[in-house]
Design a protein around this ligand. Sequence first.
Ligand code: C2E
Ligand code: MG
Ligand code: MG
Ligand code: MG
Length: 287
Amino acid sequence: SSKDGGRGRWTFYDPQMDEARETRNLLELDLRAAIARGEIEVVYQPVVDAKTFALVSVEALARWNRRGHGPVSPDVFIPIAEASGLIDQLGLCVLRRALFQLSQWPELKLSVNVSPGQFRDPAFVDRVAEVFDEAGIEPGRVVMEMTETYFIQSPDRARQALERLKGLGLRIALDDFGAGFSSVGYLRQFGFDRMKIDRSLVQSLDRGHRAVEMLQATVALARSLGIPVTAEGVETEQQAVILRIAGCDQLQGYLFGRPQSPEDIAALMVRPMELRAKAAELAFAAS
Ligand code: C2E
Ligand code: MG
Ligand code: MG
Ligand code: MG
């Protein structure tokens, strides 16, 4: 751009770059408006017991149906929310809705995702405590999922933040394990209560026994530290069998259900038979 040129560097005018920036700015504006209007929806993905396939928990996932455009992926709008400071508001919206839902599902637990940026607000933990009070939810029923980035970038602050959340009674999971650089050592170092294996690792199981052995070793290591393991992105029965035998106590993925509306989750609770039947089949396949 001309600004860079003004500083004496040669740059090319790239209309595509301007276009990308403009698209992003428009997205940010629309996202801000959508949050203000309460248009961020929350869907819930089933998490099942690895042995019985009974529904034990749900993960809350944000959804944005952008006016005049249609659905925007969280992989697009979450980073925009993080970069623009909107993540504070968005995160609390999602938490408030999800806790309200949870109050109607006394038999379930809940996971919600937290971005590092949310800790920038010094009042974050107090706000979280307020939302729990309003909803009348016992914090022990909720797991907050965090990816490794925060722990790599600012380990000291991350440890403090985590301790404060745990002080409220919340549990903390290391999300997307295996997608980046996180090591099992982090689990102990930061006091995580659960590990979630990324779907890329789960999907690598299809490539053969080396991948299976690596995963078995990882799960065994976590379990030797007393940390339970959830596998994400489970799409096939074969993956489910391997993961259960490896020692995962919870499974999540399209095999058991996509992220869905509260009504559909409620329906799953009244007729859990399909899942039970699948569990029986799997037990047979594994024997
Ligand atoms: P995540 O927390 O790791 O959530 C799991 C993602 O994997 C979800 O994508 C889910 O739809 C997808 N998934 C689950 N099972 C399967 C499967 O069997 N196959 C495949 N191909 N995909 C599966 P989604 O909903 O698009 O969310 C993407 C990411 O956006 C999340 O990854 C999370 O990091 C972030 N995110 C979503 N909602 C929120 C939120 O409320 N707050 C924050 N901070 N981040 C959020
Ligand atoms: Mg997650
Ligand atoms: Mg994940
Ligand atoms: Mg993720």
